[in-house]
Design a protein around this ligand. Structure first.
Ligand code: SF4
Length: 240
């Protein structure tokens, strides 16, 4: 386990990435006070990475497409798209795996946010690109039940998302705010600037299940996420 932890945790990424903008406070702690991966995280990461590798190999994708959101006098944001659907230079696409038990009618918000940013970045480089993106999710255990009474089978779901140019500009505007807040918080490390960063997804703070609420983020009591932190180790809200 320690070898795996070491392998997965080596060479942390430099620069600012799309994932830093999506969950900026978590990304802040990762840079300022990094922690070793937990056993749970090691398990999640190896499963996701192996499945990604197989899908990309099967599609003949040698490497992810790297895109940049660069503006004068600002830190450049980088993104790595998993797939280019259609041809190697086709629409941007993301491949995800999840252990969720139910398949929603629309993609989860975190997938939409990530794909939206990639499309907005592509569109900033070339106005003909990024008007359409794809989200491909492998549900590993759809329909599973708490009592284990149902056999489940992995299921692929493929969504296409279309954007108008103004949607993509609105996404870029949100990216600018997040990028600047993240960079500023890292530069000053003051509480005031930290609090200007948007919150991460609530399930990264804590989750609520059959056995109650469990704090997931090791920085919960330092971050004190507004509207969710109601005392040390006490979380308000959340979803299963
Ligand atoms: S407590 Fe929640 S908002 Fe704060 S860093 Fe952790 S996951 Fe992000």
């Amino acid at each position: 386990m320690n070898k795996l932890r070491e392998y997965l945790g080596q060479s942390p990424r430099e620069g600012v990435h799309v994932s830093d903008l999506i969950n900026p406070r978590k990304a802040f702690f990762k840079k300022v006070s990094p922690l070793p991966l937990t056993d749970k995280e090691v398990g999640y990461f190896i499963t996701g990475r192996v499945l990604h590798l197989i899908v990309q190999n099967a599609l003949g994708i040698k490497e992810e497409r790297r895109v940049y959101f660069a503006e004068p006098d600002k830190v450049t944001v980088e993104g790595n798209e998993d797939l280019q659907v259609g041809t190697l230079e086709g629409d941007p696409g993301e491949f995800k795996t999840t252990r969720k038990w139910s398949i929603p009618s629309v993609p989860d918000q975190q997938y939409l946010d990530q794909e939206g940013m990639y499309c907005a970045m592509e569109n900033a480089l070339d106005p003909a690109r990024g008007l359409r993106g794809h989200i491909w999710v492998l549900y590993l255990t759809p329909g599973r039940k708490f009592d284990g009474s149902k056999i489940t089978y992995p299921q692929f779901v493929f969504w296409t998302v279309e954007y108008a140019p103004e949607d993509l500009e609105a996404i870029r505007q949100n990216m600018r705010y997040r990028r600047d807040a993240f960079v500023q918080a890292l530069a000053t490390k003051t509480e005031e600037d930290f609090k200007k960063m948007p919150l991460c997804y609530d399930w990264l703070c804590a989750t609520t299940g059959k056995s109650g609420t469990e704090i997931q983020c090791p920085h919960f009591d330092t971050c004190k996420p507004e509207g969710r932190w109601i005392g040390p180790g006490q979380f308000k809200g959340g979803k299963k």
